[in-house]
Design a protein around this ligand. Structure first.
Ligand code: NAP
Length: 460
C-alpha cells in the first residue's frame, strides 16, 4: 500500500518537474544566447515525463513501450541531424502532426474504454479528439505542401461551406457522446473520420506560401488538444505543457500574420493575393554591378546595413557574409544586420543562421529598432531577401503585400541586391526596389557572391 502511494507520489512530482523543465526551456529559448541550453532543458523534461510512465502501476507493455521509444528516438535523432535549415518548417509540421495524432489517439482510447466518463471528461476527450485529428491530418498536408509533394492548391467554390458542414457534423456526433456521458465505437469512428477529412480539406486550398502560418496555428491547436487530454487522463505535465504550447503557438501565429499584414481569416479562407489583381507592375530597369565594384562601394562606406532573406538560407551564405563583414569592420566600417520578422520561412530563421555563423548578437537588430537608420546608411546590402524590402508595401494600395511592414532598404544612399536572377520573391510580385536609380543588382548565388566580395576587399 505504502509502496503504491510512494510510486504515485513520485509520478505526480515527476510530472511537475517535467513541466518546470519545459517552461524553463521555453524561457531560455526566447534569447539566442540561451536558446541551445533551452532545448536541452525541455528535452530533459521530456525524458523525465517519458521515463516516469514505466512506473505506472497498471502499465505492463514494457517491451512495446521500449520498442516505440527506441523507434521514435532513433527516427527523431536521424531526421534532426539530417534536416537542412531551409527544410525546418516541414519538419516542424511533421512533428506537430504527430503531437496532434497522439492527442487524438489518447482521446479515442478513453472514449472507447467502455467506462462511464461523465459529461465533463467526455467533453474534454471529444474536444481533444476533434482538435487533435484536425491538427494531425492538416499538418501532414502542410508537410506535403512544403516538401513539394503536393503542388496544387485545390481551390473550389463552396469549400468553406463544405468545411463548415464537416465541422458541424463532427461536433454534432461529439455532442451525442457528451450527452451520453461516454463514447461509443460508431460515434468515435465517424467523428474522428470527419475531423481527419476536415484537416485535409481545410489545408489543401491554402497556398504553400502561407504554410508556416498554418503550421503555427496547428501547433497551437495540438497544444490545446494535449492540454484537454491532460485533464482526461489526469496528467499535470500534459496540461501544463499543452497550455504553454497552445499559447506560444497562438502568439507566434499572430506575430506572423501581423508581420505580413494579413488576418488569420485571410490566410485560412482566401488564397494569397486573392483580393488584389495587381502583380506589382513597375517601370525602369534593373542595373547590374560586378562584385569588385560592389566591394569597393562598401569598403569605403561609413555604414553598411545587411538585410538577409530566404536566399541567404538557400545559399548557406551566412559564414561568408560574416567573414566579409569582419573585413569591412577591420577597415572601420560600421556594420549592422537588419532582420525582418518574417525574413526566411519562419520567425527567427535569420537569427539562427547568423548565430550559427558567429555573428555577435549586439549587431543584429529587429526591424523596429533599425528601420530609421537606413536614412543615414551608405550601403544596404540585401542578400537573398525580396518581399521584406519591397517598397510597394508602403506605396501601392493595390499590391497584395500593401501594408506589410518592410525594411526601408530603398532609403539607404545605395542599395546592392544579391540574387541569382530576376525571379520574384515568395509573394510572386515584382520588387520596385530593384528598379530604383540607387539600386544595383549583384547577380549570382549568395555564397559565391559573398566569396567574390571577400576576395575583392582583400585585394584592395
Ligand atoms: P523571398 O521573398 O522568398 O525572396 C527570396 C529571394 O532569394 C528570391 O528573390 C530569390 O531570387 C533569392 N534567392 C534564392 N536562392 C538564392 C541563392 N542561392 N542565392 C541568392 N539569392 C537567392 O524572401 P524574404 O525576403 O526573406 O521574404 C520572406 C517571405 O516569406 C515573405 O513573403 C514572407 O511573408 C514569407 N513568409 C515568411 C514566414 C516567416 O515566418 N519567416 C512565414 C510565412 C511566409 P532568385 O531566385 O533570383 O535568386
Amino acid at each position: 500500500m505504502s509502496g503504491m502511494l510512494s510510486a504515485s507520489l513520485l509520478i505526480e512530482v515527476s510530472y511537475y518537474v517535467a513541466a518546470f523543465l519545459f517552461i524553463m526551456g521555453l524561457k531560455k529559448m526566447s534569447s539566442p544566447v540561451t536558446a541551445a541550453g533551452g532545448i536541452k532543458w525541455a528535452g530533459l523534461g521530456m525524458v523525465v515525463a517519458t521515463a516516469i510512465t514505466f512506473l505506472y502501476p497498471d502499465m505492463h507493455n514494457f517491451v512495446l513501450m521500449t520498442a516505440a521509444i527506441f523507434i521514435g528516438g532513433v527516427l527523431a535523432w536521424w531526421t534532426g541531424k539530417r534536416v537542412a535549415m531551409t527544410d525546418m518548417p516541414q519538419m516542424i509540421a511533421l512533428y506537430n502532426g504527430m503531437g496532434g495524432g497522439s492527442a487524438a489517439a489518447i482521446s479515442a482510447v478513453e472514449l472507447l474504454g467502455g467506462r462511464e466518463l461523465g459529461p465533463v471528461v467526455t467533453t474534454l476527450a471529444v474536444l481533444g479528439g476533434l482538435i487533435g485529428s484536425v491538427s494531425f491530418s492538416g499538418s501532414i498536408i502542410a508537410f506535403g505542401k512544403l516538401q513539394g509533394l503536393i503542388r496544387k492548391d485545390f481551390r473550389f467554390r463552396g469549400q468553406n461551406i463544405l468545411n463548415l458542414v464537416f465541422l458541424a457534423a463532427a461536433t454534432a456526433i461529439g455532442v451525442t457522446m457528451i450527452a451520453a456521458g461516454a463514447g461509443n465505437a460508431n460515434g468515435v469512428a465517424l467523428m474522428f473520420g470527419l475531423a481527419l477529412v476536415l484537416g485535409v480539406t481545410m489545408t489543401l486550398p491554402i497556398g504553400g506560401a502561407d504554410m508556416p502560418v498554418v503550421i503555427s496555428l496547428y501547433n497551437a491547436l495540438t497544444g490545446l488538444a494535449v492540454a484537454f487530454d491532460g485533464f482526461v487522463i489526469d496528467n499535470a505535465a500534459m496540461i501544463i505543457a499543452g497550455t504553454v504550447v497552445g499559447s506560444a503557438g497562438t502568439l507566434l501565429t499572430q506575430l506572423m500574420a501581423k508581420a505580413m499584414n494579413r488576418s488569420l481569416a485571410n490566410v485560412l479562407f482566401s488564397g494569397f493575393g486573392d483580393t488584389a489583381g495587381a502583380t506589382g507592375e513597375v517601370t525602369g530597369s534593373m542595373k547590374a554591378i560586378e562584385a569588385n565594384d560592389a566591394a569597393i562601394m562598401m569598403a569605403f562606406a561609413e555604414k553598411v546595413l545587411i538585410v538577409p532573406g530566404y536566399g541567404m538560407a538557400v545559399a548557406q551564405a551566412q559564414h561568408k557574409i560574416w567573414e566579409f563583414c569582419q573585413l569591412l569592420q577591420d577597415r572601420g566600417v560600421t556594420v549592422k544586420f537588419a532582420i525582418h520578422p518574417v525574413a526566411g520561412r519562419m520567425p527567427g530563421h535569420m537569427n539562427v543562421l547568423l548565430a550559427e555563423a558567429g555573428v555577435p548578437y549586439d549587431i543584429i537588430y529587429d526591424e523596429d529598432e533599425i528601420n530609421a537608420e537606413f536614412d543615414t546608411t551608405d550601403v544596404a546590402l540585401v542578400i537573398g531577401a525580396n518581399d521584406v524590402v519591397n517598397p510597394v508595401a508602403r506605396s501601392d494600395p493595390s499590391s497584395p503585400i500593401f501594408g506589410m511592414p518592410i525594411l526601408n532598404a530603398d532609403k539607404a544612399r545605395n542599395c546592392i541586391v544579391v540574387k541569382r536572377g530576376q525571379g520574384a520573391g515568395f509573394s510572386g510580385i515584382e520588387n520596385a526596389l530593384f528598379f530604383l536609380d540607387n539600386t544595383r543588382m549583384l547577380y549570382g548565388d549568395g555564397q559565391a557572391m559573398a566569396s567574390a566580395l571577400i576576395q575583392s576587399v582583400k585585394e584592395l
